[in-house]
Design a protein. Structure first.
Length: 129
């Protein structure tokens, strides 16, 4: 089966992001549990949670690309979700592992990317073919 480019890109990216969320979650549960403060472990877990939610979101974007293969809104949604994962979850992982509190200033940028992604996804569906 030959998948459209957008579908293939975001399906694969979502699967990889989900795989990494499971790996990061296991790392947090086993390797970090006794090595970092409980408050920082909770921060780390929030990063894993949001990465997983948005990995599934990327998979949904990939599936929607079968119905809306030329949608610029849909491509924007996928890229915004990926940027959100990197900024939101990435900043929380680094904050938890390093204790550098200034990294928390990056997290809201990732949250804004997540919100933009879901708005763009809605726009893709509303303006569909």
């Amino acid at each position: 089966m030959n998948l459209p480019g957008t579908a293939k890109l975001f399906l694969a990216t979502g699967c990889i992001a989900a795989l990494l969320a499971v790996a990061f979650g296991a790392f947090g549960a086993h390797a970090l549990k006794t090595r970092i403060e409980p408050e920082l472990l909770a921060v780390y877990k929030t990063g894993v949670e949001y990465q997983f939610y948005h990995a599934l979101g990327l998979i949904l974007v990939g599936l929607a690309a079968f119905h809306f293969p030329a949608s610029a809104y849909l491509r924007g949604a996928g890229w915004a979700m990926l940027v959100g994962i990197l900024l939101f979850s990435g900043s929380l992982y680094l904050l938890a592992l390093t204790g550098l509190r200034w990294l928390g200033a990056i997290t809201p940028l990732g949250g804004a990317a997540f919100m933009a992604a879901w708005g763009l996804f809605a726009a893709a569906v509303i303006s569909g073919p």
